[in-house]
Design a protein around this ligand. Sequence first.
Ligand code: PA5
Length: 429
Amino acid sequence: MITLNIEKTFGFVPKEQIFAQAEKAKVCNQTLENATGKGNDFLGWMHLPSAITNDELADIQQTAKQLRQECEVVVVIGIGGSYLGAKAVIEALSSSFEPTKPAVVFAGHNIGEDYLHELSTFLKNRSFGLINISKSGTTTEPALAFRILKKQLEDAVGKAVAKKRIVAITDQSRGALRTLATREGYKTYVIPDNVGGRFSVLTPVGLLPIAVAGIDIKQLVAGAVSMENLTGSAVPFEKNIAEIYAATRNELYKSGKKIEILANFHPKLHYVSEWWKQLYGESEGKEHKGIFTASVDFTTDLHSMGQWIQEGERTIYETVISVASPDHTLTVPFDEQDLDGLNFLAGQRVDHVNKMAELGTQQAHVDGGVPNIRIELPELNAHYLGQLLYFFERACGISGYILGVNPFDQPGVEAYKKNMFKLLNKPGY
Ligand code: PA5
């Protein structure tokens, strides 16, 4: 089980104050379960882990196997919720240096001409496939990347082979990508109507690219199922980590802590933080309310943002993700000369040094006025990652309801698009 520890927030917001919110958090969790709250047509994510069938998982694994056999590189095209979950899991569970086989790379999450040009060059003379993910099918960034890469693929291998290497993940019946996929005969998967992008990691949106990277999606889903059970409203508040996290962050927010910094002490978790930032930022930042979500990688960023966190404006709190046991063992070697003065660590594990850095940082930041929430994963594997993803999703729904917003819409993201389309002379703008 992943665990949650909020003790280091009690010096800022008394424990009684947080536990006084137990009933509210419980009611909000029940509101999710009973589908009686705002955005209740977007609650499909809640039971995705337990609802997905073995046949559906087997079908995803079969498509992944085919892409793995035929491609040296698979490009996952998508933006926001259509790519961050897959990117987070793949980075967390793959080597930092050895590319997966096939290499899984991402496109359509920016409008970088250099990025697309360099990707296109990289793909020349390599066998590649495309997983195009867009619920609406009209999002500019992925549509642009797909148009360019589809042409490159068709030019390289011909239309007939290309269509076997393209998978579309989109709406069941609507949208440009659905129309194109039907016309071209691509293999398709559905993003359910009632699942928003940022809650879609446990649909084919996340599961197919993750399976292509060779990661055990059954374990990921099994972990999420266990967390679905452990965060239901029947589980008492004291044991319900989703309700506790949601209540704690809202009490901290009310006390003036407007920024939550998600910190990790494991470099492979960088994109888990990126996924989390979208999940909470897009769910809660509305009606001129909401905690600003930020993230840092420690100890790396102790040498950049550490100063601000220690002594900057006291409007922040930290949520730290820690992994109890790394996969590998590496000890500090003894050195005869000891010019770097590190012999006091000889024979100790590198992870011990990391853990002491974490403890020292926690003490320093709490002393400096930064409340600390700590989440611990026993190990970094698919099962615990599945637990973590579902935990954050469930807590996000509860937290948004405590805040009083609709956590499942994102009206604000349209504003820039209207201006951009007008500037680009798109018909109708
Ligand atoms: O969470 C969301 O809804 C957004 O981040 C979307 O996933 C993102 O804008 C991409 O949209 P689409 O899948 O329609 O291309």
